[in-house]
Design a protein around this ligand. Structure first.
Ligand SMILES: [Fe+2]
Ligand SMILES: [Fe+2]
Length: 291
């Protein structure tokens, strides 16, 4: 049986913050994702969640770092650095989307409101929400890297931002989970599973509802509304390329006994990414070689 002391996170895993900047000198084309209203809206809506969302993740995990074993403590540190840089880059990306004509304020307010829902609950609830959302992020990241079609028509610099983020999400995909295992190491198994499952169902519902509403709002700003907007967005999300459909199986594994994010070792995607990045795009120095 898996315990907090025998974690399946690979012993030789390296969580390496890459301090990169994207698109600071150029304007972002409004329909940067292949000229498609729904593709652009889908990714812009997701990007809107990152600056505040990832700050929340960091805060939720760091609340449990005291007393963590040294390996986990180092991973939390590297995770914190990665998420801080992601927040910075998506903040810059969101400003560029705003400069291209979108009003993201409604979406941002929604994110703030959602995150505020756990503020009066025990910190373990925020950690559970983070762990669930980090699984969500990691399986989205996997799908994004595994199938080049998702970003094939996107603006190259913007696509680079999303790939870079996806790589680091895979690298640190188990940090919140291992922190959760550590924090709940004395809980009975069923109590652990019950909270984990409940929170996953809750955040999934909110994620799908909020991102869909957010994308529809952005499509409205492009003049696409009503049934047409719904049909185009749902087709994009569920059918072609169908990102939500493609992650459904990986999502369901979260509920299985013995689940751990590294049961799926997808580091071949990271190696493929490193091999594809041109030397000029590599950071001059890596921020911190963590573990
Ligand atoms: Fe991130
Ligand atoms: Fe993350």
């Amino acid at each position: 049986m898996m315990t907090a002391t025998t974690l399946p996170t690979p012993a030789d895993l390296s969580i390496t913050p890459r301090d990169r900047r994207f698109g600071r000198d150029t304007a972002l084309k409004r329909l940067w994702h292949g000229g498609s209203v729904e593709a652009t809206a889908n990714y812009n809506a997701l990007s809107t969640t990152f600056p505040k969302g990832e700050a929340y993740f960091v805060e939720s995990v760091r609340a449990f770092r005291d007393g963590a074993p040294p390996k986990l403590a180092a991973e939390i540190k590297a995770f914190t650095t990665q998420e801080a840089i992601h927040s910075r880059e998506h903040d810059a990306f969101n400003k560029r989307a705003t400069n291209s004509g979108y009003d993201l304020s409604k979406l941002e307010k929604r994110v703030e409101w959602r995150l505020s829902l756990t503020k009066d609950r025990p910190p373990i609830v925020s950690l559970a929400a983070t762990m669930a959302l980090e699984h969500f992020t990691a399986i989205l990241a996997h799908a994004l890297l595994a199938n080049p079609r998702h970003l094939a028509k996107a603006d190259p610099e913007a696509a680079e931002l999303w790939r870079w983020h996806a790589v680091e999400e895979i690298e640190h995909k188990a940090v919140a989970y291992d922190t959760w295992l550590f924090a709940t190491r004395n809980w009975p198994r069923f109590k652990r599973w019950k909270l984990k499952a409940k929170v996953m169902l809750f955040v999934t519902r909110n994620f799908v509802v909020d991102r869909t509403a957010g994308a529809l709002e952005l499509m409205r700003q492009d003049g696409v509304t009503g049934i047409e907007a719904w049909a185009r967005l749902l087709w994009y999300q569920w059918i072609n390329p169908g990102m939500f459909r493609r992650i459904a199986g990986a999502w369901a594994k979260f509920f299985m006994p013995g689940f751990h994010p590294w049961n799926e070792d997808d580091r071949h995607l990271l190696r493929a990414y490193e091999a594809s990045v041109t030397p000029a795009a590599q950071p001059a120095k890596k921020v911190r070689r963590a573990v």
